[in-house]
Design a protein around this ligand. Structure first.
Ligand SMILES: Cc1ncc(COP(=O)(O)O)c(C=O)c1O
Length: 375
């Protein structure tokens, strides 16, 4: 079977060095050898978060990191403003609500970015807040929120903790946690970090650490203080996903060799190429150009073409694997991942195939009809 052209929004393809690294034999996760490796990996991740604060690794997917942030940083009954620009923003709000926080959700709408001035206004109207939850890169719509200006708006209006879901942006674009005044940033191993799923990576700022230490809310596995203390000794509090640490070490070497700025540039170029090719094929990007994601491009299909059919034919006839829309966009949107280990020719081939499949499926429908009809 030919290797599929994996253009998912995650997990992303593994470079050969990463594939090899993760097959290494186990070691004791308390050994000097592993402690040195984990310390090195966590320290080398920190610049990708833009922080000098500790990064900790929970064995979980990104959602585990989001939940951990809420458990530690929000007291039950605490007041939270959740800024939602799509599926994952809704998930963050839901986590906080289930946790027992008093959550006000600002539903910006799918396909848009949050406007920092409007956010400032909403914070003023909300009164006292304990935390603001923001998605950096909304994987369901392919919208990149302007995180710097958003953080500036939060910092100018409130002392509430700013907690950011950067699951699909760390490693794909700049995140400057310390400069922008962000308190917690969450990502995961299987996105732009080119590693297998298994680790939620969470950078915890001083203020968030202090709130966590004094927060009486019940939690055990996902306790920040315990994890930060363990990380100081090059350890995790409990058995980590050892193979994913091996993989991340290899992936970071690749990122370091290319240089973060060049990695981010490459992501921007791929995103622009993907968007342009999709548009040429008659697909409408769901994100405005100004806020186009460097890691995922979501396209609205012409009315009458079902996303499940496109996905199935792409895989069966072209070996190209893409993601469908989420939630109410499931049937009408195709999402193409281009984060992490993405070669320009693979992306081009995937977009050629997508154009071909849409053309064939569209032969029976009126492709000239308003594309919005599908959203
Ligand atoms: C912005 C964002 N948040 C959260 C998640 C969920 O992460 P996981 O599936 O690792 O729990 C994703 C995954 O696509 C994402 O893009």
């Amino acid at each position: 079977v030919a290797t599929p052209n994996l253009r998912l929004t995650g997990p992303t393809p593994l470079p050969p060095q990463v594939r090899e690294a993760q097959t290494r034999q186990m070691v004791s996760h308390r050994s000097a050898e592993f402690r040195a490796l984990l310390s090195s990996v966590l320290a080398r991740l920190a610049p990708l978060f833009g922080t000098a604060d500790p990064v900790v690794a929970f064995t979980a997917s990104g959602t585990g990191g989001m939940e951990a942030s809420v458990l530690n940083c929000v007291r039950p009954g605490g007041r939270v403003l959740a800024v939602s620009i799509g599926h994952f923003g809704e998930r963050f709000a839901q986590i906080a609500r289930i946790w027992g926080a008093a959550v006000e959700t600002w539903d910006v709408g799918w396909g848009s970015a949050a406007d920092p001035d409007e956010l400032a206004r909403r914070i003023r109207a909300a009164g006292r807040l304990d935390a603001v939850l923001v998605t950096h890169n909304e994987g369901s719509t392919g919208v990149l929120n302007p995180l710097g200006p958003i953080a500036a708006a939060v910092r100018s209006e409130t002392d509430a903790l700013l907690i950011v879901d950067a699951v699909s942006s760390v490693g794909a674009t700049e995140v400057r946690m310390d400069d922008w005044g962000i308190d917690v940033v969450v990502t995961a191993s299987q996105k732009a970090l080119m590693s297998p799923p298994g680790l939620a990576l969470v950078a915890v700022g001083d203020r968030a650490g202090a709130v966590a230490r004094s927060n009486p809310a019940p939690r055990f596995y996902f306790d920040f203080a315990r994890m930060i203390a363990a990380a100081r000794d090059g350890m995790t509090a409990y058995t980590p996903a050892v193979s994913v640490v091996y993989a991340l070490d290899a992936a970071l070497r690749i990122i370091e060799a290319e240089g973060a700025a060049a990695v981010f540039d490459r992501h921007r170029r791929h995103a622009a190429a993907c968007r342009a090719r999709g548009q040429k094929a008659g697909l409408r990007p769901c994100a405005p150009a100004l806020h186009a994601s460097p890691s995922v491009t979501a396209f609205a299909l012409p009315a009458g073409i079902r996303a499940a059919d496109v996905r199935q034919r792409l895989q069966a006839e072209h070996g190209v694997v893409v993601s469908q829309g989420r939630g109410s966009w499931k049937d009408s949107v195709i999402r193409v991942g281009h984060m992490g280990w993405t070669a320009a020719d693979e992306l081009d081939a995937a977009m050629d195939a997508l154009g071909e499949v849409v053309g064939e499926l569209g032969a029976g429908v009126d492709v000239a009809s308003p594309l919005e009809a599908n959203l």
